[in-house]
Ligand binder design. Sequence first.
Ligand code: DGL
Length: 271
Amino acid sequence: MREKNRPIGIFDSGIGGLTVVKEIIRELPNEDIVYFGDTARLPYGNKSARTVTRFSLENVKFLLKFNVKSIVVACNTSSSLSLPALRKKFKVPILGVVSPAVKKAVELSPGGRIGVIATAATVGSACYQREIKKSAGRYKSFAQACPLFVPLVEEGWTNDDVTLEVARRYLGPLVKQNIDTLILGCTHYPLLEKLIRKAVGERIQFVDSAKETALELKRVLAENGLKSLSRSARYKFFVSDEPERFRKAARRFLGKIPCLNKGKFSSTISP
Ligand code: DGL
């Protein structure tokens, strides 16, 4: 198969990475996608760097079986904790979600005060904070772990008073720090965008790491002459636990994009 027409591999700890898939389909509708969600071992957001890196290495190995031309680490936690180890081990180009989000935030931030919300492991890794410092030394970053957001989104409580109260508690300290830009640094947070907007008001601009990663992937493929020439795309979804729950929740995460009908869902043993 011509290199350009090989699929893109995407992995996440579970279902949340579909927010990244959705943006990639929007930006690159001709690309075949193989998705792996590690539903048997999620969440990654409360695990150690060693464990997340071990899982991530296995996930990449699984995706390489499909002859992918590049890999997107949709999971913010894996991107924050494991990207250097993945790049060291594998030759295939691997893109994470942190750098594209930071690039955009630095570009947008008028006063250099950037907030980051993410899982506890992502915040603990200080990866976002380091990248912001590297890209704009004078900018200040303020990170807040929001561990309750992932289960609330998976429960479907994305427009609920309880979740709004939780958001106010998590985001209050960042608003007090007078941030002007907020990075949504977790796969699940795009589904909470409206509610977070309610909690923080209109003044703060949001950066969605899923959207920025899709745009970065589009740039990288174009620059390397790797954009697919095919007219239609095929999608394959694999999960490490039984696929039924994933299939049901997928609709919410993928929104109206009709790719679900084309997508083939399979379950696979832990890679
Ligand atoms: N996918 C994870 C992330 O973006 C959130 C879910 C989890 O903790 O596994 O950080």
